[in-house]
Design a protein around this ligand. Sequence first.
Ligand code: ZN
Length: 287
Amino acid sequence: MLTVRSLIAAILLGGLLFPPALAAYRPKAVASFSILADLVRHVGGDQIELSMLVGPDSDTHVFEPKPESARALAAADIVFVNGLGFEGWFDRLMEASGYAGKIVTLNPTGIKGADPHAWQDVANVVTYVNTIAEELCKVDAEDCTRFQNNAASYITELKALDGEIKATLEKIPADKRKIITSHDAFGYFAQAYGVSILAPEGISTESEASARDVAHLIRQIRSSGAKALFVENISDPRLIEQIARETGVKVGGTLYTDALSSADGPAATYVDMMRHNATTMAKALGG
Ligand code: ZN
């Protein structure tokens, strides 16, 4: 008969005879927002456990960390942030979580002023991806070759995307490539792909556009002949809709600036997001 004692003995013996297989180490990585999470996922693949703090369609500029944000950070082996003031809440969250591990700031200071939106130029994202691979190799040397190979094939895809965006926008005459969005997230995009952008809000959504800013923008739109207004997935569309009414310029669709769409949306990955933005702009401008 099986007594409790013999059962315990059997369990202990079983544990000795059949030790649990040593699971491969999977570092826990945290990315501050959805676009970075997609880049980290492309490099880390199944070799890492990934979570993000600010999810799809959400505004990182004004994010308010939740208890689960602190828990994710506390459990992390490595954390990826964009930097340049994009995650203004991060230092306080780090203190609250007690996280004292590695923080990788992907946007190297000095890419361009204090504008944090460097991912809007695909060439910068190639740099991000190389840094992600280097840093994952430091926390998980065993899977380093895998990370490097993942990064290399993703970079091939990114370079093709860069060429595709240029080709899409080149079809629009240079003097017609003028668009209006609500916050100034396209500085790098404008420079890389030859588009000029007007925006009533600054490089952060934290400060709302004043009535004076909006009036100034409406005059600018009238004098510049900008032909397309866009709402953003992270911003309240009402300001852009008001400008559309007052200028008669039509809303050309939704652009994804600081966050991906949900998985079933048109910008579920970084590559899809950039392609969607370029084709939406081109379509609205008559390309
Ligand atoms: Zn932004």
